[in-house]
Ligand binder design. Structure first.
Ligand SMILES: *Cc1c(COP(=O)(O)O)cnc(C)c1O
Length: 217
């Protein structure tokens, strides 16, 4: 099936309150343009350089989401245009995003990445650390970042019960963080293999790549 057909099928299956991020990492601009022409405006990339290059080449009404692990020294390459950074997992990174956003007179939206998977390879903060961060004075002094939600990745497994349990942890974490930080509105969870389950568990933003663009090499 074509990118256009894939995208239309997925869009039809999403409830109104769920935002679709089309994860286009490693894919050529021509593929992204096919999605763009189908109406898609939010694209997710996991490498800052690749995202910056695609941003340069593509229409300026696209919203670029950084969904990958962010190195502090690379924030400057996306600060001018990035729409949402999903993978914020330390105060140090948030501080750097704030600094770079300020240079461009912007407020950059961010999600705190929470570690919900049992795998060691996955990044993220503990729910406790996220809570401490959001209540700290250091955090309240950052005027050029806005934390609007949380993001998480479930363990790579076939075990639906385990995935469901981990998504449940993210939803519970979101609910409890929202009691101390009212600005929270977004729960970014769910990828090609598990986005329907994620929505059942409370996701408001799904990050779908291969089901739209096909397998990556
Ligand atoms: C690649 C990636 C996705 C999309 O994965 P698919 O299985 O291709 O849908 C989602 N989230 C993150 C953080 C990713 O790196």
């Amino acid at each position: 099936m074509s990118i256009k057909q894939n995208l239309n099928i997925i869009k039809q299956s999403l409830p109104d309150h769920v935002t679709l991020v089309a994860v286009s990492k490693t894919k050529p601009v021509s593929d992204l343009m096919e999605a763009y022409e189908t109406g898609q405006r939010i694209f997710g990339e996991n490498k800052i350089q690749e995202m910056a290059d695609k941003h340069q080449e593509m229409p300026k009404d696209i919203k670029w989401h950084m969904i990958g692990h962010v190195q502090t020294n690379k924030v400057k390459y996306m600060a001018e245009f990035v729409d949402l950074i999903h993978g914020v997992e330390s105060f140090k990174l948030l501080k750097e995003i704030n600094k770079q956003a300020k240079k461009h007179d912007r407020i950059i939206d961010c999600l705190l990445q929470i570690k919900i998977a049992s795998e060691d390879s996955k990044f993220g903060m503990s729910p406790e650390d996220a809570s401490t961060l959001l209540q700290s004075e250091d955090f309240s002094s950052l005027k050029n970042v806005s934390v609007i939600g949380v993001m998480g990745m479930a363990t790579f497994t076939e075990d639906q019960d385990q995935i469901k349990q981990e998504f449940g942890v993210l939803k519970t974490t979101f609910d409890s963080l929202k009691t101390v930080h009212l600005d929270l509105e977004t729960i970014s969870m769910g990828m090609s293999g598990d986005y329907q389950l994620a929505i059942d568990c409370g996701s408001t933003m799904v990050r779908v790549g291969s089901s739209i663009f096909g397998k990556r090499n």
